[in-house]
Design a protein around this ligand. Structure first.
Ligand SMILES: Cc1cc2nc3c(=O)[nH]c(=O)nc-3n(C[C@H](O)[C@H](O)[C@H](O)COP(=O)(O)OP(=O)(O)OC[C@H]3O[C@@H](n4cnc5c(N)ncnc54)[C@H](O)[C@@H]3O)c2cc1C
Length: 467
């Protein structure tokens, strides 16, 4: 029976472990913190649980328009939020999910070794368990060691006022004025959430607009919503340092301006956990950024050593990590393999409104010089959205001008994460806009706008609508 050793028990690692067991291997997972990884313990699960509380307030904003008395004005929200209870719920939920994953792996016969693993050559993993050293000989190794928050030497997190996203859940009180450094997905999600909970928020963005790299129309819409809700968005502003003051923090920007607040969250991306674990010594090629170089079936430069998830830098998403891990095991253990198709990945930004995307983005279509037709339908025209009092959002589709095949889409709406799935199906199965348009949607429904957008694209020629 081949022995698979998985280093790292996040989604890249634990999903792979289950597949490898199903394919008949002996499987050992080495994990230094807790099963579920950063995804479950500090990143995806905690942030989305916090956002669930924030969403409650965003939904309540519609109250007066819908004829409900008793709005909570933004200034008074702070008093309504019991942050200790919110954080206790966040941490309990994360812990429970980690334990569920632990039990599931045990039930499936996966061996779990608690400790820090490192490669000793291509087919041996040495684990420091804290009380000793365990050596595991492997036929296949999967590296799924993830990443940790990037910090700035001039803004050293202290867990009290200068924070990484992993430290937010230790706060006893809602920050009065939170400065968020970094306007990527993580920065935008937390800025939106704390604003909704009643913190004053300043978002420091080094770019022209928030969410660089995302759909431009969606990012512009979200920035407008942020500003309309009272958030201060500082564009083209780069933080140079953050220090504690007597009762808060001072963030100095590279142009010399100083922003004062009660707390600062540093959300400037992650660093792969690949240093000092014997990778280079074993011949595993790393990129300049320290990510493990992999191909589309998760192979590294060393036969028998695979890698999945954030340590590969392919796409920092739990769903992609899990897929890369599954693909690696199918490849290693001789099952049918479908290589990773980054052009089919669905992703969501959990702001209010949410921004969900799938398939090829408009910027990729342009960069590659592909011909395409596109249409954007504002949510405000959708009958269900009107009834729900929703205005901010849209549905955008991209399709091939001749074949009509759906190439990608963007949904900006509350719960866009759920609404994107029909477009995901269309992209995955190469459905045409007519296939989508001919399918029934419930009346009235937000998904009606997806079918409507497909109808708009019916028969549009490249000359009519291609950009
Ligand atoms: C705030 C935030 C919110 C996010 N929200 C979403 C979201 O909503 N949806 C989404 O799809 N993605 C989201 N992501 C991204 C997602 O968290 C990552 O893509 C995902 O965690 C990657 O999984 P992974 O298995 O590669 O790594 P991780 O989840 O980081 O797991 C790696 C594991 O390896 C362990 N490890 C590391 N080194 C060793 C070693 N030497 N020995 C033993 N164990 C080791 C670590 O302890 C860790 O448990 C979010 C990220 C952040 C920061």
């Amino acid at each position: 029976m081949p022995h698979v050793v998985v280093v790292g028990g996040g989604p890249g690692g634990y999903e792979a472990a289950l597949v490898a067991r199903r394919l008949g291997a002996r499987v050992t997972v080495v994990e230094r913190h807790g099963l579920g990884g950063a995804a479950v313990l500090t990143d995806v699960v905690p942030s989305k649980t916090l956002i669930a509380t924030a969403e409650w307030f965003t939904t309540a904003e519609q109250g007066p328009e819908l004829g409900v008395r008793g709005e909570a004005p933004a200034g008074e929200r702070r008093d309504l939020v019991d942050l200790e209870a919110v954080n206790a719920r966040v941490l309990a939920l994360a812990d429970a999910q980690s334990r569920d994953i632990h039990s599931r792996l045990e039930r499936e016969g996966v061996e779990i070794v608690a400790g820090a693993g490192r490669l000793d050559g291509p087919s041996r993993v040495v684990v420091d368990t804290g009380t000793g050293v365990t050596t595991l000989d492997a036929d296949t190794v999967l590296l799924a060691v993830g990443a940790t928050p990037r910090t700035l030497p001039t803004a050293v997190p202290d867990g009290e006022r200068i924070l990484t996203w992993t430290q937010l859940y230790g706060l006893a009180e809602l920050p009065e004025k939170l400065i968020v450094v970094g306007s990527g997905v993580t920065g935008a999600e937390f800025a939106g959430a704390y604003q909704a909970l009643g913190s004053q928020v300043v978002l420091v963005s080094s770019r022209d607009r928030v969410l660089p790299g995302e759909d431009m129309d969606a990012a512009e819409l979200l920035e407008g919503v942020f500003r309309a809700r009272g958030m201060t968005v500082m564009s083209r502003s780069r933080a140079a340092s953050a220090v504690r003051t007597e009762d808060g923090v001072a963030v100095t920007l590279t142009d010399g301006r100083v922003v004062e607040g009660s707390h600062v969250l540093i959300a400037v991306g992650g660093v792969p956990s690949t240093a000092g674990i014997g990778l280079e010594e074993a011949g595993v090629r790393l990129s300049a950024s320290g990510h493990v170089e992999v191909d589309r079936v998760s192979r590294t430069s060393v036969p028998g050593v695979y890698a999945a998830g954030d340590c590969t830098g392919v796409l920092p998403l739990a769903s992609v990590a899990a897929m890369q891990g599954r693909i690696a095991m199918s490849h290693a253990l001789g099952d049918a393999v479908a290589p990773l198709k980054p052009g089919r990945v669905a992703a969501n930004i959990f702001t209010a409104p949410e921004i969900a995307t799938v398939g090829l983005s408009e910027s990729t279509l342009r960069e590659r010089g592909y011909r395409y037709v596109t249409t954007t339908l504002p949510l405000a025209r959708n009958p269900r959205a009107k009834m729900l009092g929703m205005r901010d959002g849209f549905v955008k589709l991209f399709a091939h001008p001749d074949a009509g095949v759906v190439l990608g889409g963007v949904v900006v709406a509350p719960r866009a994460s759920e609404l994107i799935f029909p477009i995901t199906l269309a992209v995955a199965h190469r459905l045409t806009v007519d296939d989508v348009a001919d399918s029934f949607t419930v009346y009235p429904s937000l998904s009606g706008s997806i079918a409507e957008a497909a109808r708009v694209l019916h028969g549009q020629s490249g000359e009519d609508a291609a950009v």
